[in-house]
Ligand binder design. Structure first.
Ligand SMILES: [Cu+2]
Length: 461
């Protein structure tokens, strides 16, 4: 794909003029440099892989603050392409949301952007590139953003586990340069052929029997829906997308974690001394150890039973009785039967859409950031959004700036999330209080889908 004329104009606009690395000594801002690097991503008998990473690693450096503290980072762009950085799941002020083309200009090579915001909610979040994200995230531009509770949680230790998949050419050990491939745009997105946790394929940790761990799982992949289970670990879900559950829920069987979703588990090691517990990834007919927890010593403590819930994050509750109803119909893609949609203000055939690299429509129009908002929302009002997935693929819909409740079939409030997974044909209502002013993206987090039309935004004022 070429840089659009509009992006080119943005890139040529005057910005902060300084050289990478030159200014970081003159400021109290910590800097992170997005840059190209060669890393040992594959097993040792393969060569190194060139990635794009924050500080040259993938995942990037973990950013960790206490609830209510400021996150201040200068992100320096030492990449060949413009970029921006999104802080996924944070109730952030709009100007810091990092969406190139909506909340800020893209940051061109050799320049930087100073992000400075408060992290109001404890939980597991992440940061990632948000310009040509279907390419830049696939190249490695992502990392964990952890907001700790003010008081320590009753666990022995915690592990941040960033699940990712990569599309690698095994002959060259390089990331396959197939960004924006038609098949990915129109089918299930860019799925990889090499799965990692924290940048390695065989992550293992030594643990004690009966040790209690908090596992912070982050799915940083472009499109993969991980089906996960526990083996030799007794676990409870204590938070989803950063937000605590009122009552920890035992992990029974498997659970799904879509692109961009997070789950916090508290697990007790039940595997025997000398064996291992596993976070298990179920892939088709096979199961894999995503992470191994090798029991190398006997803990002194016995099993502790159901953990206490994490302290809640304070949020406004939706007023469903007075909610504004908005519908979002998702159509298109391969085997979707859509014949055409509005594109650039004109009714276009699927063939014309394909030639423009667009395959999907929201409410009959190819989505993007250039058109009008899906809705103009009044600050503080409750929105009830009915999302209908009338396509042949699952989609992971992400709202920026505000968490939402999934509405259960009986009308009650379900999970409080920032990314909701809709299976093919599924209809789901979500509800949120529009209490954060600004322009907020609502898009599929299968990043190839977002690039191909599954994108909208709302304006809260
Ligand atoms: Cu999608």
């Amino acid at each position: 794909m070429n840089i659009s004329k509009r992006d080119f104009l943005r890139m040529s606009a005057a910005g902060l003029a300084y050289m990478p690395n030159a200014l970081s000594a003159q400021t109290d801002l910590l800097s992170v440099t997005a840059r190209v690097a060669d890393v040992q991503l594959l097993p040792d008998d393969y060569g190194k892989t060139q990635i794009w990473g924050f500080d040259g690693i993938a995942p990037g450096p973990e950013i960790r603050v206490t609830q209510g503290a400021r996150v201040k980072r200068r992100i320096i762009n030492d990449l060949p392409d413009p970029t921006s950085t999104h802080w996924h799941g944070i109730r952030i002020e709009n100007a810091m949301d990092g969406v190139a083309g909506l909340t800020q200009d893209s940051v061109r090579p050799g320049q930087g952007f100073d992000y400075d915001f408060i992290a109001p909610d404890a939980g597991t979040y992440w940061y990632h590139a948000h310009n040509r994200s279907f390419e830049q995230v696939a190249r490695g531009l992502q990392g964990a953003l952890i907001v700790e509770e003010p008081e320590p949680i009753d666990v022995d230790r915690e592990e941040v586990l960033i699940l990712d998949d990569w599309r690698i050419d095994p002959e060259t050990a390089q990331i396959a340069d197939t960004f924006g491939a038609m098949h990915d745009l129109s089918h299930a997105g860019r799925l990889g052929n090499y799965i990692t946790t924290n940048g390695t394929y065989n992550l293992a940790r030594k643990v004690k029997r009966h040790e209690r761990l908090r596992l912070r799982l982050i799915n940083a992949s472009n499109a993969r829906i991980f089906q996960l289970a526990l083996d030799g670990l007794e676990g409870w879900v204590v938070a989803m997308d950063g937000m605590p559950l009122a009552t920890p829920r035992p992990v029974e069987g498997s659970f799904l974690l879509s692109s961009a979703q997070r789950v916090d588990l508290i697990v007790d090691v039940t595997a025997e001394m000398g064996s291992a517990g596993h976070l298990v990834h179920l892939g088709g007919d096979e199961t894999f150890s995503q992470v191994a927890f090798e029991v190398t010593s006997d803990g002194a403590r016995a099993p502790r039973g159901t953990p206490r819930p994490l302290p809640p994050n304070a949020h406004a509750m939706p007023d469903l009785a007075n909610a504004r109803d908005i519908a979002l119909l998702m159509e298109g893609g391969a085997m979707g039967g859509m014949r055409g949609a509005m594109m650039g203000g004109r009714m276009s055939s699927m063939r014309d859409m394909m030639q423009a690299g667009s395959f999907w429509a929201f409410n009959g129009a190819v989505g993007g950031m250039d058109g009008p908002p899906l809705a103009e929302l009044s600050l503080g009002e409750t929105v009830r959004l009915k999302i209908t997935n009338d396509t042949s693929f699952p989609h992971a819909m992400h709202l920026h700036g505000m968490h939402f409740y999934e509405i259960e079939r009986d009308g009650s409030l379900g999970a409080f999330r920032d990314t909701t997974l809709l299976d093919r044909g599924e209809v789901r209502d979500i509800a949120f209080v529009a209490d954060n002013p600004g322009k907020w993206l609502l898009h599929c987090h299968m990043l190839s889908h977002a690039a191909a039309g599954m994108m909208a935004w709302v304006n809260v004022s």
